[in-house]
Write a protein that binds this ligand. Structure first.
Ligand code: ZN
Length: 464
């Protein structure tokens, strides 16, 4: 059975007391203040300035950051405003149909307490090109200090920074298959203000904006100088962790007692253009039988081919110097290529024997002060050239040596010809009877008490 219930609700008329009215009014008032407060707070906390104006005659698009760091924000604002004013002056003078443009953009990065702001301003006021202004701001949060490149570098390292920048800019070109003009890059990197720098995990990053100083390139070039290199010019607090060096082999080289050779006449036999395969192996065996030690000036590209020969030579007490990577005439190379020819070869040898070479024999003996400075090695030439490559005759090779050898001589052979090897061993057998001992360059220096200087070339170590 259905029943209808009628519910009666009692309404009670709300009666506000005077006090309640005041309270409600007060709350309403607070709410309004609150809204203003939030708006104000928001304004204070915004971290970007945007401005967009689009007119028939001109467009303005501005976007730059607010960092809430007073002197930094002021500097950025000043830069943007000054350029904006200049732009507007051009707009007023304008008497063509083109639409002028003023564009401000930025990039913000932060690494290890340093905030970096890169502002770039493009403006178009007629003609064929935009003008572009790039400016970097760097702020050390911990020190509350605006940084320039001078604040992060050790004293007197600007030149070194230019040299490193040149190298890595050329590397950038080579990596990205962009043909860069060597002289222009050199000039560009030497005249840079270096106002766009930052740090990252790998090293010191530098941006070279287009069309600055010299028109060396029409795109931006961005390089990172790894900490391995950059640490030597950075103040200690800005130095970074160098990459874990790859594990180098720990090879022992067979050292011998040099006292036994003190009263002997010493010659340093040196072998270029190798390592050869079978020929060098044959030589190593012959030298071992005769207790003779020599110096190899290895080519990088051949050492890559025969690492085990290099290893064996080193372990048996011979010395490994370099003859560059690919036997080019160093006089014809750019600095970038020179550094490659020399450093790459040193890297290769170091990876094979665990020790970085210190001796270089430049191909054809072509070297000068500039090459020596770049290579940072000791230059060993020769005073007896057996011309073994020309005659390929073991008797002729041996005779050249026997005819001219004196105490302190450096004798040149090439270990890629069997006739050269046989000639050298023949010469050793003959000279041994005349009181000669056969030593590496370093052994010779040690016995004779000579210290090499990097700006010199050594042809022999004769006492007179
Ligand atoms: Zn050579």
């Amino acid at each position: 059975m259905d029943q209808l219930y009628k519910r009666t609700i009692k309404y009670r008329r709300l009666k506000f007391s005077k006090l309640t009215k005041y309270i409600l009014f007060g709350l309403f008032f607070l709410a309004i203040i609150g809204v203003f407060f939030i708006l104000f707070f928001k304004e204070k906390n915004r971290d970007e300035i945007h401005e967009i104006i689009e007119k028939k005659d001109y467009n303005i698009k501005i976007n730059y950051p607010i960092l809430h760091i007073k002197n930094l924000d002021q500097e950025i604002e000043k830069l943007v405003k000054e350029n904006r004013n200049n732009f507007m002056k051009e707009v007023k003078k304008k008497n063509n149909n083109e639409t002028y443009e003023y564009l401000v953009q930025y990039e913000k990065t932060e690494y290890k307490n340093i905030k970096n702001i890169h502002i770039y301003i493009q403006s178009f006021t007629g003609g064929a090109h935009y003008t572009r202004i790039d400016k970097g701001y760097h702020y050390n949060v911990e020190k509350e200090q605006l940084l320039t490149i001078d604040n992060i570098l050790k004293d007197n390292t600007k030149t070194k920074l230019s040299e490193l920048s040149y190298y890595y800019a050329m590397q950038y070109g080579s990596d990205n298959k962009i043909e860069l003009n060597d002289a222009a890059v050199k000039e560009g990197t030497s005249k840079q203000e270096y106002n766009l720098f930052s740090f990252n995990q790998e090293g010191l990053e530098i941006i070279f904006p287009p069309y600055q100083q010299t028109s060396w390139f029409d795109h931006e070039i961005k390089i990172t100088i790894p900490y391995e290199k950059a640490n030597s010019i950075l103040k200690e607090e800005y130095q970074g962790k160098t990459k874990q060096k790859e594990e180098l082999p720990k090879l022992e080289t067979d050292k011998r007692d040099l006292n036994q050779y003190k009263d002997k006449k010493l010659v340093a036999l040196t072998f270029d253009d190798g390592p050869g395969g079978k020929t060098t192996e044959y030589l190593l065996n012959g030298l071992k039988e005769r207790d003779a030690r020599v110096t190899f000036f290895a080519l990088g590209n051949r050492a890559e081919q025969f690492p085990n020969i290099i290893k064996k030579a080193y372990q048996e007490g011979h010395e490994i110097g370099i003859h560059t990577y690919s036997h080019k005439n160093l006089f014809l190379l750019t600095d970038f290529q020179l550094i490659h020819e020399i450093n790459d070869t040193n890297d290769i040898i170091e990876r094979i024997i665990g020790k970085r070479p210190t001796l270089i024999r430049p191909p054809y003996g072509n070297t000068n002060n500039h090459i020596k400075e770049l290579g940072n090695m000791n230059t060993i030439l020769w005073d007896i050239d057996t011309e073994d490559w020309r005659y390929k005759d073991k008797h002729k090779v041996a005779n050249e040596v026997l005819k001219y050898a004196q105490d302190g001589d450096i004798i040149l052979f090439h270990d890629i010809y069997q006739s050269s090897i046989e000639g050298a061993l023949l010469a050793i057998d003959n000279l041994k009877d005349k009181g000669y001992a056969f030593v590496t360059i370093s052994e010779m220096l040690e016995i004779k008490g000579i210290t090499l200087e990097q700006n010199k070339s050594y042809f022999h170590f004769r006492s007179v």
